[in-house]
Design a protein around this ligand. Structure first.
Ligand SMILES: Cc1cc2nc3c(=O)[nH]c(=O)nc-3n(C[C@H](O)[C@H](O)[C@H](O)COP(=O)(O)O)c2cc1C
Length: 374
């Protein structure tokens, strides 16, 4: 596939007033195949759609006349203070949508004091990202089939100044990507996972063999014992991303993970999984009140953040909106997207009577259960 960039905007169009507006504009800026690669979920997009719909099904209470003296959106997470509970999720190959790719996202993260997670599949050298962002850099790790390559990535990340390793465990095999397949998506020659350069090419294929997935790909896929091994490889905080079952969260905690990201990969892995928000409360109940939990998949509004925090998340990660904003207006777009979300969070907190993040809890949520006397 050939890559051409549309001219990026240097001012934000007036009709972009919320995160979903960036998706509408990005569609105009991107080649159809690239748009489909980003915008789609797995299979029939059922989980992807559900991720957002289920947030809409949750109702908030309005609480009035509260004292907002000293109000704050600040959080303390993994030993560090952050100004909001908003983090940029790892998104691969950002040069697909902007010539500066992850470098532009890093500038926006820095400007908006927002931590950024750099993908193993970043299209920019990882140190060029940490050089531009002082707001917190986490490195997302895909375990490599050769452990030496995994160790090399960790050493490179430590050397480049990353603060944490986020190991993604829910994509052992790529989900069915029917929409990008129909649109003829393939990675353009000039875009690659530059931080994996020098690693032998993995010859995993879906053709040939009786069971190419179960005996081919899954034979090399990481297992819990590999995550235990990973835990021994670094002193950095280890965050396990892609958990949707309480037992998996417990196992991650048991092997020494410092946090878990409750996530279904934005609906891009196993279609018909539950919405990420619907899996959160049970995971919080299993791991207890103190264990750090992040949530992603479907977060588009400040009210979504309040709901995620009320159901037990300590912070949320934002996926597609960052890449759509990057496609429309580069670093300016990503910074603007983050500002919109932060303002929405503040409004949602003000109107639900929560002066700080600690005040957000299950009492903020309206349930439809009626008292027994009704
Ligand atoms: C185009 C695209 C590329 C992604 N690349 C990665 C990746 O390299 N590593 C990873 O752990 N997750 C990756 N994800 C998943 C995101 O980190 C995140 O879990 C998901 O986008 C959250 O859902 P949302 O898009 O609804 O916010 C990617 C998602 C998209 C849309």
């Amino acid at each position: 596939m050939n890559l051409t960039y549309s001219t990026k905007l240097s001012a934000i169009p007036r009709d972009i007033v919320c995160l979903d507006d960036y998706q509408r504009h990005a569609k105009l800026h991107l080649a159809e195949a690239i748009y489909e690669y980003i915008a789609s979920g797995a299979g029939d997009d059922i989980t992807m759609r559900r991720n957002q719909l289920r947030f809409q099904d949750i109702a908030l209470y309005s609480r009035v006349l509260k004292d907002f003296d000293g109000a704050s959106t600040g959080i303390h997470l993994l030993g560090r203070d952050y100004p909001t509970p908003i983090i940029l999720a790892p998104i691969a190959y950002q040069r697909l949508v902007h010539p500066d790719g992850e470098k532009a996202t890093a500038l926006a993260a820095d400007a908006m004091s927002t931590p950024m997670v750099t993908s193993t599949l970043a299209s920019i050298p990882m140190n060029e990202i940490t050089e531009r962002n002082n707001a917190g850099n986490w490195f997302q790790l895909y375990m490599q089939s050769n452990p030496q390559n995994t160790a090399t990535l960790i050493r490179r990340a430590e050397h480049a100044g990353y603060d944490a390793i986020v190991v993604t465990v829910d994509a052992a095999v790529s989900g069915l990507r029917n929409r990008p397949q129909r649109a003829g998506f393939s990675l353009p020659g000039e875009i690659s996972a530059v931080n994996c350069q020098g690693f032998e090419t993995e010859t995993l294929t879906l053709s040939g063999g009786d069971s190419p997935v179960l005996h081919g790909i899954m034979a090399q896929a990481p297992q819990w014992r590999d995550i235990e091994w990973l835990r021994q490889q670094t002193q950095l905080p280890l965050i396990v991303k892609g958990i949707s079952h309480p037992d998996d969260a417990l196992q991650a905690r048991a092997i020494g993970a410092d946090a878990v990201v409750v996530s279904n990969h934005g609906g891009r892995t196993l279609d018909t999984l539950p919405a990420s928000i619907d899996t959160l409360a049970a995971i919080r109940a299993a791991v207890g009140a103190e264990f750090p939990l992040l949530l992603d998949s479907g977060v588009r509004r400040g009210t979504d953040i309040v709901k995620a925090l009320a159901l037990g998340a300590n912070a949320v990660m934002i996926g597609r909106p960052q890449i759509f904003a990057l496609a429309v207006a580069g670093a300016l777009g990503v910074a603007h997207m983050l500002r919109l979300l932060r303002e929405e969070l503040e409004i949602a907190m003000a109107l639900s009577g929560c002066a700080n993040i600690a005040a957000i809890n299950a009492n903020c949520l309206h349930t439809t259960e009626r008292p027994a006397t009704c």
